[in-house]
Write a protein that binds this ligand. Sequence first.
Ligand code: ADP
Length: 599
Amino acid sequence: MRNPFRYVLFKTIFQMSKILLPAQRKKALVTVVLILCNAFFDVFSLASILPFILLALDSSRIRSNQYLNFVYEALGFQSANAFLAAAILFILLLFVCKNAVGFLINRHQSRFTYAVATSLSERLFVEYYKKGYLFFSNTNSSLSARNITHIPVEFSTYILLATVTFLSDFIVFVLVIAGIAIYNFQIFALLLLIAGPPFFLLYRGKKNKLSEIGSRTKKLHPAATKHLFHGINGYVEVKLHHKESWFIKNFIDLQNELNQNLARFHAINLLPARLAEIIVVLSVAIIFVYTAFFSENPGELFVLLSLFTASAYRLMPSLNRISIALMNIKTFQYTMDILQELDGKPAARHFQDSGPPENIRFNEYIAFRNLSFSYSNAAPLILRNVSFTVKKGDTVGFIGKSGSGKTTLMNILLRFLTERSGQIVVDGRPLAPEDTAAWRKLIGYVKQNPFLLDGSVADNIAFGEDRVEMSLERLQLAIQQAGLAEFVSGLPDGIETQIGEHGAKLSGGQRQRLAIARALYRNSQILVFDEATSELDSQTEKEIANAIERLAGRDKTIFIIAHRITTLRNCDRIYELEDGEITGVYQYPDLLAKTLEPI
Ligand code: ADP
């Protein structure tokens, strides 16, 4: 029959070795070796108790044993009691050393395992960034967040640490049990018979339940977080619809199931300790019956019980930890399914593509040539043979019904999406995948709802720069060019003023102008404005149009997606998109004449 203990363990060690980096694999091995040394020390110090008991029972051995006699003479002992007192002090010292060394090894083990968790979080984050735009737009953010924060810690605690614990305790267990087998085979057989089957049966009985707890936790955690975020981020809508209880109930139902799962997991983890206690008492009873009925030497009972107590003292906690480790490994198998995609790749935090930045020269034009795009091989074409050319310094606008492909086109320009056919040519050179990083350095993107950090005005403009890196001069210039100077000077702490999560303390127009300032701070040559909906109020729309007007005169090349025609008044040309095709090119006055209604 296949041994399920070995199966889970071997599978885990195999998968784990694929997840860990080569250096971490080595460290894991060193940790196991250190623990093995500790185990030897452990068993040795434990084993030193038995000869002491024997000596205490019969002190004449001190003189009759040639080695003990040598020590007795050499250290100049005067009596057997003094020798015994020195021996017990020596054993005490041994135990103090053993525990001190054990603590240091455990500390090393914990530091190592949690350093692995940090490294896994980083590798997953890097990996997700590399998967690209579609991964982030198609994956629920609570799932990615759970994977990056929770999964590495669960893996480290319940798989890596548990496997190391399992191996070390198993080695101690084998050593102690082998020692007992050498000393007294009957006791060994008895212990194995009494202790083995209950633990085996406990694991067999609970393993399916544990797997189920694991897979439910895997599903429930992101689902509960999703409902929680809906409730928090949708505060205004939730309150307006008076739906607090509905949102809270949705979250609490899942959270309750998650916590009940946790309760089951912890309750099962308590079982081995209970079982161990019953086994100890059962064993004492059996030893008693064995010596009373089958042994001719009554003194043997005392020795056997001492031996048993000493080994149970070490074995039972070990057996308890072995069982818990095995159960944890079984429950948290799912963490490895998620981490498997890392496949031993180290986190490369340098995100620059390989192409040199001088490859990109933008002095003349950007040409879209026969560009077609679909979101997947099977999906219909969203853009079809789109061709147009924009000269440096031009301002061009895009109009078209919602869903006509305007944002998709801009995402291709930003290189978040890659064309299926056709190309974008810059100054005669087609953009290649390795140009992406250098190309993006030229572009600033201003969305209708730009992403804002929960930080200060300065943090948001000098996006991703630490205080020491920021240039005050460039900050002020960007603020002024984005038309924010008056607003910022009216703030209580100027550029240090906190703007709240998602810019909660700002108006729509201020948020967008902050994003414009961000693009100007990095001196972007190309600016992309995406007015995703027509829901801008007229004041905001006017502010944006003024900001664009100021920029248009500064040799910036500007792409504007607009829903209101008035936003496009500074455009040199306006392209109309319909079903992914360019169906018209207009000048602003023509467009005004064509329709006076907002599009
Ligand atoms: P617009 O900006 O003109 O409103 P979009 O470029 O946003 O249009 O969308 C064009 C089409 O592409 C729509 O039919 C939309 O459903 C589809 N689409 C947009 N994003 C995705 C995506 N991530 N996956 C699949 N289809 C998408």
